[in-house]
Design a protein around this ligand. Structure first.
Ligand code: SIN
Ligand code: CO
Length: 389
């Protein structure tokens, strides 16, 4: 995509300008980012999703059984009818995985890597509804889907910022307002990580949060070293074959530290392993139980289904990305990785980007043994599946 075209979604600036001036740095209010936006789902449908076992949902009731009461879904239908007239919010996570029209919204954000996107959360709030002043550790685009919401932004926060005493919610004890806007359908507010914000529903309103994932340094270190350790043998150890006689046998000398640092550097800088781990980690599905393939797929049956007009689509819960290292390609699919020959580059791009795969766009790839094998593997793994008629 051309990063130098002004985008309505970003209020008339280019993706390059947005990334340079705002992304991870400062907020941006965009009036009519999506002109005349009409929410593809309504409040009843959102509440319907919150009844489902596999959907993650929460209710925040400001004056509930205790202040800022948090209830976790799935909910029973009659719970909604017992809610107060005002000051509550229903939040439903990863709606993009359950409603294709919501997933299509993500196409607007392709100027950012798709593996950075976490999910689209949708909230419905009764008048006055809010989840309280808080900050998030990730970037978010807040798109107003229905009704009006008043947003206030405040100070930059961190893990030292004082919070209210609350068992489940991280509500800020202090909020230093700097700006305020009322958003209408199609308006969007971009917030960088750690910026205090508070959205209060003016009327019955729906807000879409396009959230991003970024691993913490602690997660990177813990998970990467866990991954690395699978490849290490017990013989690979701290060694000091060239040690000098100890001046004081109780002292840890700095040459020991240098040996330790080179042991760490040797393993930590293995680019192939780092890339493999990172790709796998960033494509781990949010709900792995929703990415399951059929037990067995014969390549022959798979091919004839396609030739009979069947269409392959990405499992909405699957996550795909690709990369290259030397002359090889790496495909990451829902937490797994696979090295592939360089000739499959265009096929990988097609698999990651296309809404649907069929004989027309797959064309010659179906005559390529590696290409066919790859598609079949992805079906077995559950990342791709045949669309229902
Ligand atoms: C909401 O939609 O009510 C909350 C979204 C957020 O502040 O992160
Ligand atoms: Co937030």
């Amino acid at each position: 995509m051309n990063s130098d075209i002004p985008l309505q979604l970003l209020g008339g600036i280019t993706a390059r300008e947005f990334l340079r001036d705002y992304w991870q740095k400062k907020p941006l209010l965009i009036r009519q980012a999506i002109p005349d936006f009409e929410s593809p789902i309504d409040a009843d449908e959102l509440a319907g999703l919150a009844l489902e076992e596999e959907v993650e949902s929460r209710l925040v009731i400001e004056h509930g059984e205790r202040p800022w009461e948090l209830r976790r879904g799935p909910f029973a239908e009659d719970e909604f009818s017992k809610l107060p007239e005002k000051e509550w919010t229903l939040l439903v996570q990863a709606v993009d995985q359950f409603v294709p029209e919501v997933s299509e919204l993500l196409e607007n954000f392709r100027f950012l890597p798709s593996w950075r996107v976490d999910d689209v959360m949708i909230s419905f709030a009764a008048p006055g509804g809010s989840v309280g002043p808080h900050f998030d550790n990730y970037d978010v685009f807040l798109l107003q889907g229905h009704g009006k919401r008043n947003w206030k932004i405040g100070q930059m926060c961190d893990s030292e910022s004082p919070l209210l005493q609350h068992a489940d919610l991280r509500i800020l004890a202090e909020f230093h307002e700097t700006e305020e806007w009322t958003l209408e359908p199609g308006d969007m507010l971009y917030l960088p990580p750690r910026l205090a914000h508070c959205g209060v529903a003016v009327d019955n309103c729906m807000t879409y949060s396009v959230g991003f994932r970024a691993p913490s340094a602690s997660e990177v270190l813990t998970h990467f070293t866990d991954f690395l350790s699978q490849f290490l043998t017990d013989e690979e150890r701290y060694t000091d074959a060239d040690a000098q006689p100890a001046a004081d046998p109780h002292q840890i000398q700095h040459d020991a530290l240098d040996r330790l640092k080179s042991l760490l550097a040797e393993h930590m800088s293995d680019e192939r392993l780092l890339l493999t781990w990172f790709g796998q980690y960033m494509t781990e599905p949010r709900y792995p139980e929703l990415v399951v393939g059929p037990e067995d797929v014969e390549e022959e049956d798979f091919l004839s289904a396609l030739q009979d007009g069947a269409i392959l689509i990405r499992n909405p819960s699957a996550r795909l990305a690709w990369s290259e290292v030397d002359d090889d390609l790496l495909l990451f699919a829902s937490g797994q990785s696979r090295y592939l020959p360089g000739k499959l580059r265009e096929l990988l791009k097609l698999i990651c980007a296309a809404d649907a795969l069929h004989t027309e766009n797959l064309g010659e790839w179906l005559n390529d043994e590696d290409g066919r094998g790859l598609l079949c593997e992805l079906v077995k793994q559950g990342s791709l599946g045949f669309a229902d008629e």
